[in-house]
Design a protein around this ligand. Structure first.
Ligand SMILES: [Ca+2]
Ligand SMILES: [Ca+2]
Ligand SMILES: [Ca+2]
Length: 151
């Protein structure tokens, strides 16, 4: 009986046209074929946020398309959530923004007005509440909520 239920779930996830989204477990949000997790109430440095995501089999979110960015920003905004880290950094070369885990260059951006300003050596990026959830570079040891992504 249990295996029949599992099989049904698998079929529901794989059947084209029925559900083309990822099947995400509890605590994860589906968008297209990926799952996202917000570490509600957890505030960590950029490095610690990365480790937090890794412990969940995920990575700090990589905003590959403007649509993905718009979806996640809209979600945070709608629920009026805290600022969250995204996986973008210019730590290796100031002014060259790369996604941390792949070191790929950012192909789209959503900086808030006047950002990135590297005010006091800022190398890590967040969706920043005070800037209407647009991107802001911040010091990497600042503490923000992790926003994780997995396939
Ligand atoms: Ca992504
Ligand atoms: Ca910088
Ligand atoms: Ca800044």
């Amino acid at each position: 009986m249990k295996s029949a239920i599992v099989l049904l779930l698998v079929v529901a996830c794989l059947a084209p046209g029925i559900n083309s989204r990822a099947c995400c477990s509890d605590g994860w949000i589906a968008y297209k074929d990926h799952c996202y997790h917000i570490g509600y109430g957890t505030r960590l440095t950029f490095s610690a946020a990365r480790v937090y995501c890794q412990s969940l089999g995920a990575y700090l979110v990589r905003l590959d398309t403007f649509d993905e960015n718009t979806f996640l920003k809209g979600f945070l905004k709608k629920l009026m959530l805290e600022s969250t880290w995204i996986g973008l950094t210019d730590r290796t070369h100031d002014g060259i923004w790369r996604w941390f885990d792949t070191m790929s260059h950012a192909t789209c951006s959503d900086w808030g007005p006047g950002e990135p300003n590297s005010h006091g050596n800022e190398d890590c990026v967040n969706f920043f509440v005070d800037n209407d959830y647009n991107w802001n570079d911040s010091t990497c040891h600042s503490k923000y909520t992790p926003l994780c992504e997995k396939v």
